[in-house]
Design a protein around this ligand. Structure first.
Ligand code: GUN
Ligand code: ZN
Length: 435
């Protein structure tokens, strides 16, 4: 058995912080030790205690003075959109039709899908992201490429072949039967293989006919434990068009509810403009609203009411995500920065502990995987990130006057990016140095 002992400053959350002074919501060790055995966390705590209990031949890696945290989790990202990040468009539908749909057509070529998948995982690891929930393209080959690469790297990844059968170029359309058959094939080949999780992935109501939504409903009934991911209430014109396409639904959320797609493993990208009725429906179903701040600002979609949704009498579960390529950064640190600024514009405060909770344990809870990832609890997978809040000259200068952990975290989210990520561990293996 191989054992590795990491030494550094340990920070892991045990629940959502209620305020800045909620010291019980996280565990912090100034001189911490984290013992890894067989890809899992065997112990975490004061360095001296963990060392005393470690095997005599343990390999030790000294990460002082850096912070060791659970790896970041990105709960909504599009891997076939790496080459359309930052494409100039007025709004969501123009961006999809002008750049994104044509780009995704290229994934009919397995070699292209395999190449972009390699780049995608490189970027995830460079930015400290150890788990993501991704949309592949409509082509089964894109899902094969995505999960092949996850398996190679030993990463815990969620993903799905997108289903879409209208309102897009011919090269990007399946049919209700094809979407069903290929999703079943992806599940059979990939779900549970390594650390892979397949998600049922109808792109959004606009690109699925009612017949395809019926097939999606069948899949959801046949595979009740799988994640479901789609888009909801992102843009005014999208909402209007959806109402036109599904006149029988009382609102956008109801379109998905009618097909049995609202449940605790349902991840709804955006959810910016939900009515009170829709938020109630999401809450009652325990469904998750995924906030994608850099995308929402870039496409001018709107300001997601994160704090307001979280403190409702019927709270809505929330996850944070990059939404690359509508999103403009792979960095979850940058994503926190923009999350913070959007709450500022809404007159709300998001403290740094809450932010870092969201990116780790909070997102693990959002994707129902907190028994495995997002924490430093013994027994969970050793997916970790090592962070340096003085990674650039500007950060180092600012750090000279930082006196508290809260201020250090806030600096990391405000000025940090991939340069602040010194190392990324996947199941106990250092991955960033090897890139
Ligand atoms: N709605 C449907 N597809 C997409 C997509 O690829 N990106 C975003 N941001 N919204 C969508
Ligand atoms: Zn998206």
């Amino acid at each position: 058995m191989t054992a590795t002992l990491l030494r550094g400053r340990l920070l892991g959350f045990v629940r959502r912080p209620e305020n800045m002074d909620d010291r019980d919501s996280y565990a912090y060790e100034d001189d911490g030790g984290l013992l890894i055995e067989d890809g899992r966390i065997a112990a975490a705590g004061p360095y001296a205690d963990v060392l005393a209990a470690a095997p005599a031949d343990v390999d030790e890696i000294d990460h002082r003075p850096f912070l060791i945290m659970p790896g970041f989790i990105d709960t909504h990202v599009h891997f076939p959109q790496m080459q359309v990040i930052g494409a100039y468009a007025a709004n969501l539908l123009e961006w999809l039709n002008t750049y994104t749909f044509p780009e995704e057509c290229r994934f009919v070529e397995p070699e292209h899908a395999a190449r972009i998948a390699r780049h995608f995982y490189d970027e995830m690891l460079r930015h400290g992201t150890t788990t993501a929930a991704a949309y592949c393209s409509v082509h089964k080959a894109s899902a094969d490429a995505y999960f092949t690469e996850a398996l190679k790297r030993g990463m815990c990844m969620i993903g799905g072949k997108v289903m879409m059968d209208r309102n897009a170029p011919q090269g990007l359309l399946d049919t209700p039967q094809m979407g069903y058959d290929e999703t079943r094939a992806v599940i059979a080949e990939w779900h549970g293989k390594g650390r892979n999780h397949v998600a049922i992935t109808p792109r959004f109501a606009i690109t699925s006919t009612p017949a395809q939504m019926e097939m999606t409903a069948t899949l959801a009934r046949e595979f009740p434990d799988l994640h479901i991911q789609t888009h909801l209430s992102e843009n005014d014109e999208e909402i209007r068009f959806t109402a036109e396409l599904y006149p029988e639904a009382v609102d956008y959320t109801d379109v998905y509810a009618r097909y049995g797609l609202l449940g605790p493993k349902s991840l709804f990208g955006h959810c910016i403009h939900l009515s009170e009725r829709e938020a109630d429906a999401m809450s009652e179903a325990d469904a998750v609203a995924i906030h994608c701040p850099t995308s929402n600002l870039f496409l001018g979609s709107g300001l997601f009411p994160l704090k307001a949704l979280s403190r409702r009498e019927k709270p809505v579960r929330v996850g944070l995500a990059t939404d690359v390529g509508g999103g403009t950064s792979y960095s979850m640190l940058k994503t926190l920065d923009e999350t913070y600024k959007i709450q500022q514009l809404l007159g709300e405060r998001l403290n740094p502990f809450e932010s870092f909770y969201h990116m780790t344990l909070g997102n693990a809870e959002a994707v129902s995987l907190s028994d495995r990832i997002g924490t430093l609890e013994p027994g969970t997978d050793a997916d970790l990130v090592v962070l340096d809040a003085a990674a650039t000259p500007a950060m180092a200068l600012r750090m000279e006057v930082v006196r508290s952990l809260a201020d250090e975290l806030f600096l990391l989210q405000t000025l940090g990016d991939d340069r602040a990520v010194r190392e990324t561990y996947v199941a106990g293996k250092a991955m960033k140095a090897a890139l």
